[in-house]
Write a protein that binds this ligand. Structure first.
Ligand code: HEC
Length: 211
């Protein structure tokens, strides 16, 4: 517990010392351009962005540090980020990490959520296929992330791997700081139940991923 507190303090120290810049473009100019693209289409062009949209313009401290480091944090910062990411993971109260893989497949296929025309009160999807091959029968998938076929089988369906998979989906920075993969749980994109279903999709023996 003590180590977590110390590393969280170190992390926030490292992060607050970071100043916004972007590939040679003055930060202020860049921010102006970004702000102008986040106008509410129903309002006049001079109206400020709605609060929901405006919140997208402010990166959280971790994202800010990753942008600053061009996604390559140095060893010490990376270690602190991993610790902070691990501390952010909330596990299910009943301790059961495997949900329903069939539901997990639907969540992996679903690309809805956080888009400007999505309803805020509807659950988001994980859009996992946008970056990963998962069920071999699915022909449409992206390749930004590694294939996840035979994921559980390759890890002997071990308890340890189940826990690491849940944590990886909850906060991808637990394993790879500044990962390109969204931090689904920590950023409130997916719920604990949805993450359990996705963990089952990858780690359940009956899932088509492992057939
Ligand atoms: C924007 C692209 C993107 C999306 C969307 C995405 N991932 Fe990833 N994922 C990655 C990348 C890149 C990696 C490799 C780097 C890393 O481990 O963070 C990765 C790694 C992983 C790993 C670790 C793989 C290994 O071999 O250790 C798992 C598990 C995973 N993703 C699951 C998921 C699940 C489940 C979803 C949907 C909820 C998802 N990913 C959505 C980009 C993505």
């Amino acid at each position: 517990m003590k180590t977590t507190i110390i590393s969280a303090a170190l992390l926030s120290l490292a992060l607050t010392s970071v100043q916004a810049t972007a590939g040679g473009v003055p930060a202020e100019k860049l921010q102006k351009i970004i702000n102008s693209s986040f106008k509410d289409p129903d309002k006049s062009t001079e109206a400020p962005a709605t609060p929901t949209w405006a919140s997208r313009l402010t990166p959280d401290t971790v994202q800010q540090a990753c942008s600053e480091a061009r996604n390559h944090p140095d060893k010490d910062l990376a270690a602190d980020m991993e610790k902070a990411a691990a501390a952010s993971v909330k596990y299910p109260e009943d301790g059961k990490l495997l949900g329903d893989w069939k539901n997990g497949e639907k969540i992996a296929q679903n690309g809805k959520g956080l888009r400007f025309n999505d309803k805020v009160d509807e659950p988001s999807g994980g859009n996992c296929y946008a970056c990963h091959q998962i069920d071999k029968k699915e022909l449409a998938f992206g390749t930004i992330g590694p294939p996840l076929t035979e994921y559980g089988k390759n890890r002997d369906f071990s308890e340890e791997a189940i826990k690491a998979t849940y944590a990886k989906i909850y906060n991808s920075h637990t394993v790879v700081p500044c990962s390109h993969m969204p931090r689904f749980g920590t950023m409130g994109i997916l719920t604990i139940d949805q993450i359990k279903d996705l963990t089952a999709l990858l780690m359940d023996k009956e899932s088509p991923v492992n057939k």
